[in-house]
Write a protein that binds this ligand. Structure first.
Ligand code: ZN
Length: 286
């Protein structure tokens, strides 16, 4: 299943994308797509629906973040060997964990706003893991049982804030609009092996990132198990699993986002995102 939340920011309604790509309304079936809809039984109920019985939504409404009321979004840093190498940072021997502020999360095609004083805003296409059931100290064998599905993510990062301002990475990861998620939450059964997904990202039509999740240092199973040893993962939580090579800070010379740029990114089976980059104070959400 491909689950979505559609409509204006703050008043999104639940929906699904049927086999023909048609958006259908779910608001008479569930109040939203959030923690209560992501457990095994709740997803099984949704899977039994006949899409033809659901109202088709006309036009092309805005899509929002496909999960409501996310409790936490955890990022994994430097999780592809070739990306770690391009940053010049040491290859991790344990997963690097950082927190992505919930207030940074938004829909897949919403504008990305450069923060005040931003000089090094950068792109990062990633696979996001959506937790379906509470996970605390789970083994690798059990880890995938706690996953509801997957989502495409752009882990936008202000490198000067992240790496030159002291302390942890969080300052450069949590700026408003830095966490587009979506377009869809794709359930685990439909994605298949999360360890073999192609990822790509273009800036202004030029291919910058090409990767495959098979190149991860720590795979989804290892990541879910590992993170659950430090914090309880709750339904609706999201873990973004690191980015392949091709980010702006790895280019020679480095290249960063400027107002007017357009990012387009995608992952096999997870859909695509398009974001326009705008200067501070120039956001126009639709
Ligand atoms: Zn990242």
């Amino acid at each position: 299943m491909k689950l979505v939340r559609y409509g204006k920011q703050g008043t999104e309604r639940p929906g699904l994308i049927d086999g023909e790509g048609q958006l259908r309304d779910l608001s008479h079936v569930v109040p939203d797509i959030g923690a209560a809809q992501l457990g095994h039984d709740a997803l099984a109920q949704l899977a039994k629906l006949n899409a033809d019985d659901l109202p088709a939504v006309s036009g092309k409404p805005r899509l929002g973040c496909p999960i409501a009321h996310i409790g936490k979004c955890i990022g994994i840093g430097l999780n592809y060997i070739d990306h770690a190498e391009e940053t010049g940072l040491p290859i991790p021997t344990e997963p690097i964990i950082f927190a992505k502020a919930i207030s940074s999360l938004q829909g897949p095609d919403d504008d990305v706003v450069l923060p005040q004083d931003s000089t090094k805003a950068d792109w990062e296409v990633e696979l996001g893991v959506v937790i379906g059931t509470r996970a605390s100290y789970v083994s690798q064998d059990q880890a995938l049982d706690h996953v509801a599905g997957y989502v495409l993510a752009n882990d936008i990062s202000e490198r000067a804030f992240q790496l030159e301002r002291g302390g942890t990475w969080d300052k450069g990861k949590g700026c408003d609009t830095f966490g587009p998620l979506g377009p869809w939450l794709v359930t685990r059964d439909e994605v298949g092996d999360p360890g073999n997904l192609d990822l790509w990202l273009d800036v202004n039509g030029q291919r910058m990132q090409t990767g495959n999740t098979s190149k991860m240092i720590f795979n989804v199973t290892q990541i879910v198990s590992y993170v659950s040893r430090f914090m309880t993962l709750m339904p609706g939580d999201v873990i973004i699993t690191g980015t392949p090579p091709g980010v702006g800070m790895g280019l020679k010379p480095a290249q960063f986002l400027k107002a007017g740029d357009v990012m387009t990114l995608g992952a096999k089976g997870l859909g695509t995102q398009t974001q326009r980059v705008v200067a501070w104070g120039r956001a126009s959400q639709t």
